[in-house]
Design a protein around this ligand. Sequence first.
Ligand code: PSU
Ligand code: MN
Length: 303
Amino acid sequence: MPFRIRDDVAHAMEDGRGVVALETTLICHGLPRPGNRAFAHRLEEVVRQAGAVPATIGVLDGAIRVGLTAEEIDRIATADDVLKASTRELAFAVATGRMAATTVASTIHVAGKVGISIMATGGLGGVHRGGESSLDVSADLGELARQPVAVVCAGAKIILDLARTLEVLESLSVPVLGLGTGEFPGFYTAETGLPVRRVDGIEELARLVHAQRAIDPGVGIVVAQKPPAELALSARAAEALVSDAIAAARSAKVTGAAETPYVLAHMAERSRGTTVALNEALVLENARVAAELAAVLARTARP
Ligand code: PSU
Ligand code: MN
């Protein structure tokens, strides 16, 4: 088995306590160094404080680690040559011993395989702008259609074509819920004008997750909440940053897996760190809510 589950994560799963899967692409390719390392530890701490066990997932020394140790988090957050591994890259990373960070797609793939049903992240991947001709559509969407994992996020990244992203999720029969909002959030901004089904409160959300599992147990769920209001950008401010960043990526001919990290880094630089503070704050908030959801689901689980 290429999966190595940290002891406390395995025990929590055996005892039916809440576990929250966390990804490493956000740590290694989404947030700038050196702050990414302390942030990864803080993220785990937030999950613990909210009553669940965090399992940060990544590939190290030829094994998929479900629950990196503190030392492993330090290694992956500071290493130079970390692969961004979507699901199809997992086997390559395991077979070659390459250090690899997992995306939403590969994190929920691993979570689904080992039986973890909640994940937290920042913003989902989706249909890229121009995706109708480039066919650049994140593997996050296809994986959500085949892993029974609820992903707590701030919607999908504003760098994408959000309307088409929602269309694909509908085609894939993946429920998209707005937690405390009827508008699909766009990561840096709450204002997208795109409607989603609204749920209010963790208890109502938990009932919905239970119902989904009973009805269509092979499929994931998107749980989207607004980015924190104190730091969130207006739609217009976000759009200005995004269009510049995408134009820069196009002229630098950055495509494929490198595009999202490039665009995020460009916006971080142009906003002088504003987007980084916002990104960190929204991920922490999503992790807290994911942990609360995991705890409620564990408490209300049917035997
Ligand atoms: N959320 C963040 N920052 C990130 C990501 C999510 O706040 O960097 C990552 C996730 O790992 C997601 C990936 O799966 O961005 C999407 O990459 P792509 O567009 O190449 O599929
Ligand atoms: Mn892509």
